[in-house]
Design a protein around this ligand. Sequence first.
Ligand SMILES: O=C(O)C(=O)C[C@]1(C(=O)O)C=C[C@@H](O)C=C1
Length: 319
Amino acid sequence: MRIAFLGPHGTFCEQALLSVVDDFPGAEPEPATSTTAALDALRGGGADLACVPIESSVEGAVPATMDGLVESPPVVVVREILLPVRFAVLVRPGTTVADVRTVASHPHGEAQTRRWLSTHLPDAEVRMTPSTAAAAAAVADGQVDAAVCAPVAARHYGLEVLADGVHDTGDAVTRFVVVARAGCRLPAPTGADRTSIAATTVNEPGALLAILTEFAIRGVDLTRIESRPSKARLGTYWFFLDGAGHVAEAAMGEALAALHRRCTDLRFLGSYPRATVPAGSTAPSPPVAAPVAGQETADYEEAVAWLRALRAAPDPGVG
Ligand SMILES: O=C(O)C(=O)C[C@]1(C(=O)O)C=C[C@@H](O)C=C1
């Protein structure tokens, strides 16, 4: 089983994938040159799964992933991974701070170390690369003087650490997702799951509120909402929503069925176990609201059984 990931070797994405790879028997991680390339490999059949970053606790959404999730043919998330991230500045051996004229990183790496860079390397030109490890590779090739990346990249590219712990915000966490082609068997409900969707709707007052209401009235805790341009024309958007629960559960299933009737386009992007921040990290796990009384799975099952009993009345023809 080939799993394409945002490469080259030494990315945070590779670390995230390696932390769960044993759960995918026979997995062969294969580096892709970008998030888009990883998703393209999945869609084109060159990979069976793709592991890509989706959001950072500091910098927010990874646009290439959000946009890639709603392209065709459809894909679904089957796993999420939370990885605490800390950044180092890597250089070729012997390079001093005074030698650094160019520094490279992924846009999210630059965003999370901007203050450090402006304080300690104020005159360095900052260049963007498709990943933090691509920046480390560029240092090794002599294209730039320094990379802002994961410390682990040093051993992949024969670099040394000029400065460690250079992130501006402590306890940063990046969320990664493992994505499969739609039609695969969904992960079974665990009781602590997340469901992701993307929806478009008409432009009229209250249209977004109507979408949110379908979740609210069923006690579904929304854990994330983002919008991205639909790309069809200015002013039209995909709304990406994550909610606590599994499509196999009545509350989430009913909410999605209601959205299917209501939205102009609705993409189911997967139901998968909610990840927590790994033990040992000081970063807090994301909050999830407590269940709402009367809206728990057992309440739904009881209500469905009640309705079924009503409909199964022995003499429906009375009157
Ligand atoms: O470039 C990498 O190493 C990645 O895995 C990507 C990525 C991201 O997209 O946010 C992951 C973690 C860090 O926040 C910086 C970059």
